[in-house]
Design a binder for this molecule. Structure first.
Ligand code: NDP
Length: 447
């Protein structure tokens, strides 16, 4: 059987086993496409049903999360944790609270996480979880009751050496705090390493909040430098205005770029003179308001509720909101307007069509599993600090993050070249991430 046929058989099995899970299918298709190249060269990676095992989570948990709202009504949500692969270390990956969450979305995120975590060079496996709970408009007490109920079930399945969740969309420091409190009560021990993204006085790490956004900026700087460019004087679009977006904007502007637009699900803001990051932080992190508040308070900013943020001419585009937010049409528009670099802060924000356009139009593209790995890498640094009861300075932690992101870029670039696809960082990231996990799985036998 040819490698092409073999890979198409793997994919058919995934489709059959996971009906209706379109995001998971999309993530697997992208990785399998790159793996054809390594399977041609190193057929031993097809041994012992390695690829079939890689595409099948080690464990998938779905559970009921009942909680009581402020009116005394009982609400029921669904909780998920997909423990995908533990070859390199304990399962590691965030929790997402958003009404769109379903098992297919959690599985796509968990699958991506395997390769991302491998690329960090740190000993962490891949997992992901969350709930279809919508935190928007909920009171603090409602959020707390939900988080506590979620943890009543999840606590049985996690632990410092087993599975270490963190935040993602809809889960920040507040939610991690409520979940950690309930875990501590149920386990009757202060097990710092069970969750990351904790508060700084109780086991959290400096730089964890900033890490995904800063890491994206560091990765993109390396990509720019590899093509003789830098952020200096560049016009940059960052979609979203959550945790990843805010710190990407901050670091890009520190590095000399001008962020000319950002967004949330209510619209996008055009700000030709750059973003007032302190104002954006106040609106989003403290007041938890919509982007329209920014336009009311900052001169020169305009709100758009139609069209697309990707219609605006820019040099660099950093999608930092959610999956499939940038399609083939958007990518074509970016290319027509002269955009030369795209790097993903979000997970899988570019559709398969968009990636085709990047390749066809010569846009240099950093895929999320490489470009946004700074968050999980710093989570692993938080685990290291917890394990030795230590806390590192901001400068030291940031320096470690910077080194990790530079190294990820170098590994992706070198692997793409080694396998005959110089400059294709999708292929570089997928193959480099895969090889470490695959070697560990082969060494550990059929488990
Ligand atoms: P946040 O919840 O802090 O922010 C998400 C942002 O994206 C908000 O501005 C939100 O707007 C917007 N958004 C979310 N869903 C949609 C949607 N369906 N349509 C339009 N806008 C949307 O999440 P994060 O910043 O933590 O995460 C953003 C992305 O980065 C996700 O893909 C996540 O998986 C990925 N990521 C996050 C990491 C982290 O460390 N936090 C690490 C690696 C990847 P609104 O408030 O209006 O919904």
């Amino acid at each position: 059987m040819s490698v092409e046929q073999q890979v198409s058989q793997y994919y058919d099995t995934v489709l059959k086993r996971n009906p209706g899970e379109s995001e998971f299918h999309q993530a697997v298709a992208e990785v399998l496409d790159s793996l054809k190249i390594i399977l041609e060269k190193d057929p031993h990676y097809a041994k012992d049903a390695l690829i079939e095992r890689l595409c099948e989570p080690e464990r998938q948990l779905i559970f009921r999360v009942p909680w009581t709202d402020d009116n005394g009504n009982v609400q029921v949500n669904r909780g998920f944790r997909v423990q995908f692969n533990s070859a390199l270390g304990p399962y590691k990956g965030g929790l997402r609270f958003h009404p769109s969450v379903n098992v297919g979305i959690i599985k796509f995120l968990g699958f991506e996480q395997i390769f991302k975590n491998s690329l960090t060079g740190l000993p962490i496996g891949g997992g992901k979880g969350g709930s279809d709970f919508d935190p928007k408009g909920k009171s603090d007490l409602e959020i707390m009751r939900f988080c506590q109920s979620f943890m009543v079930e999840l606590h049985r399945h996690i632990g410092e050496y087993r599975d270490v969740p963190a935040g993602d969309i809809g889960v920040g420091g507040r939610e991690i705090g409520y979940m950690f409190g309930m875990y501590k009560r149920l386990a009757n021990q202060h097990e710092s390493g069970v969750l990351t993204g904790k508060g700084l006085t109780w086991g959290g790490s400096l730089v964890r909040t900033e890490a995904t956004g800063y890491g994206l900026a560091y990765f993109t700087s390396e990509m720019l430098a590899a093509h003789g460019e830098s952020f200096e004087g560049k016009k940059v679009i960052v979609s979203g205005s959550g945790n990843v977006a805010i710190y990407a904007i901050q670091k890009v502007q520190e590095l000399g770029g001008t962020v000319i637009a950002f967004s949330d699900s209510s619209g996008w803001v055009e700000c030709p003179n750059g973003v007032d990051v302190a104002k954006l932080q106040d609106i989003k992190e403290v007041r938890r308001e919509r982007v329209s508040a920014y336009v009311d308070e900052v001169e020169g900013a305009t709100l758009h509720t139609d069209g697309s943020i990707w219609d605006l001419p820019c040099d660099v585009a950093l999608p930092c909101a959610t999956q499939n937010e940038l399609n083939g049409e958007h990518a074509t528009k970016l290319a027509d307007n002269g955009c030369k670099f795209v790097a993903e802060g979000a997970n899988m924000p570019s559709t398969a069509d968009a990636i085709e356009v990047y390749r066809a139009r010569g846009i240099h593209f950093g895929p999320g599993k490489a470009a946004n790995a700074g968050g999980v890498a710093t989570s692993a640094l938080e685990m290291q600090q917890n394990a030795c009861r230590d806390s590192w300075s901001f400068e030291y932690t940031d320096q470690r993050l910077h080194e990790i992101m530079s190294n990820i870029f170098k590994v992706c670039a070198a692997t793409a070249k080694e396998y005959g696809h110089e400059g294709d960082y999708v292929i570089g990231a997928n193959i480099a991430g895969f090889k470490k996990v695959a070697d560990a799985m082969l060494a550990q036998g059929v488990v």
